[in-house]
Design a protein around this ligand. Structure first.
Ligand SMILES: *Cc1c(COP(=O)(O)O)cnc(C)c1O
Length: 355
């Protein structure tokens, strides 16, 4: 017997690489544009004396701003250290049944990691051959449901009405909709939290709001859901949101024009990139996110992944069943995407696969 027999052993989530060298980074779905200049101004003028004091336990003006944005009350909003923090808290709080929770087999690869960590039984529900969620598959008994919309890493959106059917069919469990990418063209379910007390909608500042480095995530739900979430959070770590994060988050939230501008640019670049990739022999499910999940007609994804990496262009490759011939390509600036297309053309030409 050794102390090691009692260690809680886990296989951790593996994030995309953060290379130190200057590369074209299309592997972790960050926004290619900087946050609003209003964020810079906040940092420049920040009164550091405030840093002596503990922050507001609820995220202060950031939570209030988020509530206002969506026509909710602050009691229906929860903020955390990135949506990973929010989702982990939600798993811990709401998934406490002996019945398995349900999520797609191809999805955000943190869900099974949290389920294992918190010893939550789970069942991965296969997407159909077109990488689509089949709503009837979520009508069986379960201990909870978690679905990203759009899904990751496929980028496929599930219609709001289908998701609402899933929520209605699961009145006895909590349904989490992870909207990490929703701002890039999908329909948010956030207004439905007033209608269904078992719905938790989770969003993040990391992608559409260009602040992955600050770590801000949020959840919207009924007063009751948010209260239960806070009870668990306050039993774990009360002060998750630091004062600087709250201040810069609020500044970014307030600059809606800039937010719309950068999201619009990413979406326009995505649509152009779809056309270019098709011309080169790639196909992909229609993405409503800030990435494209692409497979080539003849060339294995892993070969392209390695060659691109060699050329200083990082995309994401998952060596997993069903998706090991796909690349998840984050939408960067127009210049970055042109560099990717140029690389792909010359690589495919070199190996005789450009036609
Ligand atoms: C990026 C991502 C998150 C987490 O992002 P945070 O940076 O922790 O806010 C959550 N869910 C999905 C599906 C994501 O792709």
């Amino acid at each position: 017997m050794s102390w090691e027999d009692n260690v809680r052993r886990v296989i951790p989530y593996v994030p995309g690489e953060q290379p130190k060298d200057k590369v074209i980074k299309l592997n972790t779905n960050e926004n290619p544009y900087p946050p609003s200049v209003k964020v810079r101004n906040i940092l420049r003028e920040y009164d550091i004396d405030e840093l002596r004091l503990y922050p507001d336990v609820n995220g202060g003006e950031l939570r209030e701003g988020l509530a206002k944005l969506h026509g909710l009350r602050p009691e229906q909003v929860f903020v955390g250290v990135g949506s990973d923090d929010v989702l982990a808290m939600a798993f811990m709080t709401f998934f406490n049944s002996k019945k398995p929770i349900l999520f797609p087999d191809i999805t955000y690869s943190f869900y099974d990691v949290w389920a294992d960590l918190f010893k939550i039984p789970y069942k991965m529900v296969p997407l159909n051959d077109e990488f689509r969620i089949v709503k009837e598959d979520y009508y069986e008994e379960n201990g909870g449901v978690v679905i990203p919309n759009p899904n990751a890493p496929t980028g496929v959106e599930k219609s709001a009405s289908d998701l609402e059917d899933i929520i209605k069919a699961n009145k006895d469990s909590v349904v989490i909709i992870d909207e990490a990418y929703v701002d890039f063209g999908a329909t948010s379910l956030v207004t439905l939290v007033k209608k269904y007390d078992n719905l938790l909608v989770v969003q993040t500042f990391s992608k559409s709001r260009a602040m992955a480095g600050v770590r801000i995530g949020m959840a919207f739900g009924s007063d009751k859901l948010i209260k239960y979430l806070n009870d668990v959070k306050f039993s774990f770590n009360s002060y998750t949101m630091n004062r600087l994060a709250v201040a810069v988050g609020k500044a970014m939230l307030d600059d809606t024009d800039y937010f719309k501008n950068i999201v619009g640019k990413v979406v326009a670049t995505r649509e152009r990139t779809k056309v270019e990739l098709s011309r080169l022999g790639f196909s992909f499910p229609d993405s409503k996110a800030n990435f494209i999940f692409a497979t080539h007609r003849t060339v294995p994804a892993e070969d392209i992944f390695l060659a691109a990496r060699e050329a200083g262009i990082y995309v994401r490759y998952f060596k997993k069943p069903r998706i090991d011939n796909y690349l998840r390509i984050t939408i960067g600036t127009d210049d970055e995407m042109e560099a990717l297309i140029r690389f792909l053309k010359s690589y495919l030409a070199e190996i005789g696969e450009l036609n």
